[in-house]
Design a protein around this ligand. Structure first.
Ligand SMILES: C[S@@+](CC[C@H](N)C(=O)[O-])C[C@H]1O[C@@H](n2cnc3c(N)ncnc32)[C@H](O)[C@@H]1O
Length: 273
């Protein structure tokens, strides 16, 4: 049975690749990769003695329908899995966050008789937490795809933080890699968010650094004026909406957390109070 090792590359060129990721790459007989820095990846793979490596970039075509790009990528990977019994697929970030291709391959695992192993990578989510200096457990946080938010009309809880992914392709299945404003229906997101937030509520459009020595891109705006952020949106930007600080506390629950004996309990209750 063929093993397909799907490895997270992280988002900062090759610097985020984990030791576990490198070990898995070295085991594979064929390596396929999609990366923002293909030259860096090529160099790294050579350094680790990986000889049979191939970029999949040419199959990800600008202005093509998403479905066609995914189909072509999937077909190529499955073909390689027929030719070799150990294939590695190196993908940006964490392979389990927002990667349709991985879900499609998972769906074919049994039918095509191959076994997927997923190696985590540092995701854009991890990096944004640092850029925003935000602990997702402080307010609670939701990570959500812009198109699914609008399609399923999820109810939003304004008290928690939201990380809205894929704002580069709102209302379109054909993304322009050069200009994400083309055909982008950010107006629909704008209208939807106004059901849950005040127009003045702040937002941050963020693209965490993808290259050492280059700063992250951070643009601030408001829910009512999302269109002003459109020129800054690209493939690697996420919209962050901070939660609204709640004044309400469940008094009964708070009582459970009150210190009962000694000072050992004081620290934990101080956080909530
Ligand atoms: C196809 S998903 C891939 C996410 C990737 N697997 C990860 O773990 O970060 C692409 C989306 O991830 C987010 N993203 C990718 N790179 C980013 C970055 N450098 N900073 C912030 N968000 C990023 C954007 O929302 C973008 O539309």
């Amino acid at each position: 049975m063929t093993t397909l090792r799907i490895i997270g590359l992280g988002i900062n060129n090759i610097t985020h690749l984990t030791i576990e990721g490198v070990e898995q790459l070295k085991r594979a007989k064929k390596v396929l990769y999609l990366a923002t820095d293909p030259k860096g990846v090529e160099k790294l793979l050579k350094q680790y003695g990986v000889v049979s490596a191939e970029s999949l970039q040419k199959l990800y075509r600008n202005l093509e329908q998403d479905e066609t790009n995914y189909h072509n990528l999937e077909a190529k990977i499955l073909k390689e899995c027929c030719k070799s019994d150990d294939v590695a697929l190196l993908l940006p970030g964490h392979p389990q966050i927002g990667v349709t291709l991985v879900q499609r391959l998972r769906a074919k695992e049994r039918e095509r008789n191959f076994k997927i192993i997923i190696i985590p990578g540092i995701s854009s989510f991890d990096c944004m937490l640092n850029d925003l200096n935000r602990d997702p457990l402080e307010y609670g946080a939701a990570i959500i795809d812009a198109n699914r938010l609008l399609l399923f009309e999820y109810q939003m809880e304004a008290a928690i933080d939201y990380y809205i992914y894929h704002v580069c392709s709102i209302g379109t299945s054909q993304i322009s890699m050069q200009n994400a404003a083309l055909g982008n229906r950010i107006d629909l997101l704008n209208k939807y968010l106004l059901k849950f937030y005040d127009a003045k509520h702040p937002v941050t459009l963020i693209s965490s650094s993808t290259s050492s020595g280059v700063s992250s891109e951070v643009f601030t705006g408001s829910i009512g004026k999302l269109d002003e952020l459109l020129p800054h949106i690209h493939f690697g930007t996420t919209l962050f909406i901070p939660g609204v600080r709640r004044k309400y506390l469940n008094k009964d629950y708070l009582a459970l957390l009150q210190p009962k004996q000694g000072k050992d309990h004081v620290a934990s209750t101080a956080v909530i109070a």
